[in-house]
Design a protein around this ligand. Sequence first.
Ligand code: DX5
Ligand code: ZN
Length: 233
Amino acid sequence: MPAATAPRLAPSILSADFTRLGEEIAAAEAAGADLIHFDVMDGLFVPNISIGLPVLAAVRRATRLPIDVHLMIDRPERYLEAFVEAGADWLTVHIEGAIHLHRTLAQIRELGAHPGVTLNPGTPAAALDEVLPLVDLVLVMSVNPGFGGQAFIEGQLAKIATLHATLDAKNPDAILAVDGGVHAENVARVVAAGADRIIAGSAIFNDRQSVAEATAELRAGMAEGLAQRAGGR
Ligand code: DX5
Ligand code: ZN
């Protein structure tokens, strides 16, 4: 097994104050964010509508960080080119929404972005077997997608551990990301289970603390989790 590298942190701007989005992104960047996570919801694949192409283009102008776009939309193949053109460096689609997933992932790579695949909490890890060689990222949803601020589904920890081991064997260069309900109190367990990228929305953008304080707390938990993983838990 390759030595574990330090996990990356991707704040999800879904929980940011959209009236001050540029400032919120600048605060995340100053606090040491590694990427910006951008959640797209279409009101069909998930029961909520969020932000889309014009906002992504604005975020692209507002930061030098890579942008990690999470498409929670039905038939994402219709919009791959538009999202890459608007600024997506990483483009992740749901297995449940993409009919021709294999082709869709290949197209994302042809467009010059990093292809990612994700699965809802109710979808088993084995459903990804055929596409693992095609991706740069696998994203485990630890909530049912659609909203920020939901509770982490504990059962997904086993899926994180399973996919960590599967990627080690089948595509060791790919990254394992986790999204949903991750905060300072549980992030160590998520990293110990094998997460390489932590996505956090309400744990970073909230009324209780500054973005810098929230980031520092999460980083401390991430370091603790990495030490636990290195020590074999
Ligand atoms: C949920 C989104 C997440 C969301 C996470 O459907 O995909 O990226 O912003 O928010 P928290 O971290 O608050 O659960
Ligand atoms: Zn997301």
